[in-house]
Design a protein around this ligand. Sequence first.
Ligand code: 0T9
Length: 379
Amino acid sequence: GAAVPAAQRGSWTSFLKSIASFSGDLSSLTAPPFILSPTSLTEFPAYWCERPEYFAAIADAKPGQDRALAVLRWFISTLKDQYTSRNETMGSEKKPLNPVLGEVFYGSWPDKNGRGLTELLVEQVSHHPPITAYIIENKHKRVRLVGHNAQKTSFSGGAIIVKQIGHAVLTINETEQYVITLPRLRIDGLWYGSPYIELADTSYIIGGGYITSIEYKGKGYFSGKSHSFKSTTVPMPGQGGAGPKEIVVEGTWHESSKFTKGGAGTFHQVNEQREEAKPLTWTDELGESETRRLWNLVAKGIREGDFELASREKSRIENEQRQKRKDEAAEGRTWELKHFDHQESDPIYEQLGRLAKLTPPTEDMYIFKGNWPSGFASL
Ligand code: 0T9
């Protein structure tokens, strides 16, 4: 483990052993300090919109093939941020803070060049297993993304394999809907203490009359390059206008991609302009479980190398959570979600998912209650 500080070698080795003998919820395992991130998983949905102009461009595209490609372009534009940004800002993938039940994050991206204000609201809707629900909305452009995600992890060939559970639904003009599924992750480089993500398998975008499948490969597969993908867009059965029957795009999701069928030239060129969400100014309304407020001292400890502070504060938060759950049980109450209603099936996922034979055939759904905090109104 070249990247592991000498004093933490032993604890890194035992952490790896516990991962290898464990499957399920890795987020609850205790890891050595050098691999800890000061950011909670509740902030991760912001990766969907760190290039807000691509999100807005979906609304500007002509319905049909142009729109389907605009959705694909936005989706591809998020992957670099979702899966390589920790390596870029912190040197390697790091273990995020494990959100508490009811933890929330609110943020926004300002209006710029007519693209409109984009708002983000996230809530941790389950702790065991961890499930995060979110909504991202550009009201000016009438584009909205609602989704939830969870992970199933296993260990294979020295790497962590992460199956993503959950999906997102993109709605345009309150009428047009797309179902978006998520790729599988392989976390490698563990032995050396410098983990990084590669994407694998296939994910889908289904809607607007088109079905896109995106196949992911790493080094040594079809292009031989890391972070490769190949997407294929076809009209849904019985649909499709004058355009080509099949559009294929190939390249790397962190750099560039081009049309290889049904089009010509560059499809997408990733630039360095990622815009982090601006957290909503804290007020009582946001509550004590607002992620930055909740983890403030843990994050400070991790950033400043004061791991005693970090672990003391983390234990305090965890104990408070245990006490809350005990109190609820004793009083015969259950935790109520703040912003979402939970439903065990999703009709839009079922209907559109059938067209690509998605498995499972249905998934949970978290419906936004519409209660944006009042702070958004003054943005
Ligand atoms: C949804 C994303 C997800 C969350 C993270 C697997 C992971 C937790 C889930 C899937 C986002 O849209 C995209 C990016 C990164 C994913 C995380 C990477 C990661 O390592 C963690 C897991 C739980 C670990 O922390 C494993 C142990 C760690 C020491 C390896 C760095």
